[in-house]
Ligand binder design. Structure first.
Ligand code: ADP
Length: 437
């Protein structure tokens, strides 16, 4: 946005330059080179002297008069063979020369002219050319005047553009800010623009679009929440019914099948709980922020995931000056334990949790493992709900693909963002930092 005016300026200057060059070539083509015309005027005295004084002499006097002119002037009047002159001129100028015309060489500050066409001045004069050099030709001033003219035209062209862009400037900036906010998922702020502004219809369309997206998102969240909530009761009833049936049947039911059904119900229950957690986070606006002692939190994390470790090595690496962290303890613990449980699930032998204070005071957490890692092209999609890298690989881990979505939302509510990288242990590395007030 801020580069709009300089760009306009550059564009106008470029167009005017192209127009100036095109004008020069068009005029040269149809009416002759304007610079040559200026040079001819500046050499008028020398041409006049040649035509009206030297040429007016009779055949025995011509050279005498030319020498007189040479004596009194500091301009060089040189006689050169016709073929030498022809070699230094292009076809058009050669034709001009052969017809007996004065042929100007603007950059060489000189002109050529045949002494005469029929050898009447002296013997062999039809094969000679008079080359007059050191003429008072200066087209620089004319070029500068032309350039100034075009620059002034360009500047005056810019005035209406500046007025035009100024009148749209604020409105465009509002649209740009609103588009940024929409991108961040904030659809609440509507764009207010004057009715007579040219971009007002666009603002109206954007407002309608934001309103519609907001409605759809809210309907989507409500639906997800309601469905998850409604599922809870029948699942609980099924669990209860199954238990009753088992007791009443007094061992006559096939135990393995009943256990399978109970496991399926437990899985359904877990899915509903995760969905409800996710919808709760979606609706959550405020954090329950306290100063959480970090060593205490690390101990709790160790205890909560410890039973899943089997024989894996779990290392906690805490940096210096770590006291407390200002955060919502429940959410932070949830994000970290989801990442740790994944590291345990998908890692082989080692899990590493590191915490350190960054330079600006923010606290950084990293969870690493020695598993297969996450391919670079999948790293953005991995936070989408129900996304799993490899369905067959993940089936036995029993996840629903919601753990990372929940972790990301919990970190985002703290103003952070989880980044994925490659761990030195060989597997995935999940990294995020929480800014401190
Ligand atoms: P899930 O409950 O399936 O683990 P997540 O949202 O936690 O769901 O993870 C989504 C997918 O990301 C997983 O199914 C798995 O494929 C992949 N993933 C997550 N963490 C890791 C990790 N540490 N190493 C390798 N893959 C991982």
């Amino acid at each position: 946005m801020n580069r709009l005016l300089p760009r306009f300026f550059a564009l106008v200057m470029l167009s005017v330059t192209v127009a100036a060059v095109a004008t020069y070539f068009a005029i040269s083509y149809w009416f002759g080179d304007p610079l040559e015309e200026i040079a001819r005027k500046q050499s008028a005295a020398q041409i006049f002297l040649l035509e009206q004084f030297v040429d007016k002499a009779g055949s025995d006097e011509w050279l005498v008069r030319l020498n007189k002119v040479r004596d009194v002037s500091n301009i060089t009047y040189e006689l050169i063979p016709l073929n030498v002159a022809q070699a230094s001129l292009d076809t058009k100028k050669n034709a001009q020369l052969m017809a007996g015309g004065v042929v100007l060489d603007v950059s060489g500050k000189s002109f050529y002219r045949r002494v005469d066409l029929h050898g009447e001045r002296y013997i062999g004069s039809e094969d000679d050319v008079i080359h007059v050099q050191g003429l008072p030709i200066d087209v620089g001033l004319a070029v500068r005047v032309e350039a100034l003219r075009y620059v002034i035209v360009a500047l005056f062209l810019l005035i209406p553009i500046i007025f035009w862009s100024r009148s749209h400037w604020r409105a465009l900036q509002k649209l740009s800010r609103a588009a940024d906010e929409f991108g961040e998922g904030k659809f609440g702020n509507k764009i207010v623009i004057n009715d007579n502004d040219a971009v007002q219809p666009l603002a109206q369309c954007m407002n309608t679009m934001a309103h519609r997206i907001e409605d759809l998102l809210s309907a989507h969240k409500t639906l997800l929440h309601s469905v998850s909530h409604e599922l809870r009761t029948p699942i609980a009833r099924l669990e209860f019914g199954l238990e009753l049936l088992r007791e009443e049947a007094e061992g006559t039911l096939p135990e393995a099948r009943v256990a399978g059904m109970q496991a399926d119900l437990a899985e359904l229950n877990a899915l509903v709980s995760e969905l409800l957690d996710l919808t709760k986070l979606d609706r959550q606006q405020d954090l329950n922020v306290t100063c959480v002692p970090i060593d205490e939190m690390l101990k709790q994390l160790h205890n909560s995931v410890g039973h899943k470790l089997d024989n894996r090595k779990f290392t906690i690496r805490a940096g210096e000056n770590l006291n407390g962290i200002i955060a919502d303890q429940k959410l932070l613990m949830r994000a970290l334990s989801n990442l740790l449980l994944n590291a345990i699930k998908y890692g082989n032998q080692q899990v590493l949790l590191s915490v350190q204070v960054l330079e600006g005071g923010a606290i950084e957490f990293a969870v690493e493992d020695d598993g297969p890692g996450i391919p670079v092209d999948q790293r953005a999609a991995i936070f989408d709900p129900f996304f799993r890298l490899d369905q067959s690989r993940d089936r036995h881990t029993g996840g629903f693909g919601l753990g990372l979505t929940i972790a990301q939302k919990a970190v985002q509510l703290h103003g952070g963002e989880i980044q994925i990288g490659q761990s030195e242990l060989g597997g995935a590395k999940f990294l995020f930092s929480i800014a401190q007030p």
